[in-house]
Structures are given as C-alpha cells and as structure tokens.
Design a protein around this ligand. Structure first.
Ligand code: ZN
Length: 127
C-alpha cells in the first residue's frame, strides 16, 4: 500500500511539473495528509470511539485511499501524464508524442522523430 500511495503522491507532483509544480506538490501533500489524518484521530481517540472502532475506520480509509491511488495512477497512465508534452521535430516540422528513449536537457530532448526517423534536439510543440 505504501508503495502505491507514494507513487501516487510523486505522480501528482510530476503531473504539475510542466506548468503548475507548486499546485501538484500541494496536492500531493494534501493527499498524504488525508492518508495520515485518521491515524492521528485514532491515536487521539477523537469522539471517544475506542480503539476497535477507530481501527476499522482506519482500515476502511486505507482501502479507499488505495483504490483512489490506483485509479489516479491508472488515469495518469492513459496519456494524461506527458511530462514533456507534444514535441516538434526541427527537421520535418511534425509534432509527436515524446518517445521513452531520449537524452533530457531541461525542456530540450535529444530523441528520434517517429516521422522522419532522424535524431534531433527537440523542443515542446507550440499549441
Ligand atoms: Zn522529423
């Protein structure tokens, strides 16, 4: 569960990497806080519910958070999370999704254009 939760937190932060890094990071921090808060509430025995009731609540909460994390990662893996955005080939001028294999240098990437099959330093395509 921990691996999936933290993967979702990192993905949330990276999701905002291109334009809204602070918002993505704050979303991850909020998501982490939501994950931990019931544990604090259980330790403080808020509402005087008792350890048994709080334990059941925390377990249900963790399962829901696990489902939410898996759903987020699945959604982001469906093309929503493109760290580098569409790329513009300086050779043939076509736009394409960035390939996995590349050398990254800031916003520039040395990668192979899928259209002209040549290697170039590419930049994000203008919309
Ligand atoms: Zn090209």
């Amino acid at each position: 569960m921990t691996c999936l939760f933290h993967s979702a937190f990192v993905a949330m932060t990276l999701w905002g990497l291109r334009q809204r890094i602070v918002l993505g990071f704050l979303g991850a921090v909020l998501f982490h806080w939501i994950g931990n808060m019931p544990i604090f509430l259980m330790n403080w025995n808020v509402g005087n519910l008792g350890a048994g009731t709080w334990s059941i609540f925390v377990q249900c909460h963790l399962v829901l958070l696990l489902i939410a994390s898996a759903a987020l990662l699945l959604w982001l893996s469906q093309g929503v999370l493109t760290f580098y955005g569409r790329r513009a080939c300086p050779g043939c001028g076509s736009h394409y999704d960035p390939p996995l294999l590349a050398i990254n240098l800031g916003r520039s990437r040395y990668e192979r254009c899928p259209h002209c099959q040549k290697w170039h330093w590419s930049n994000p395509a203008k919309a």
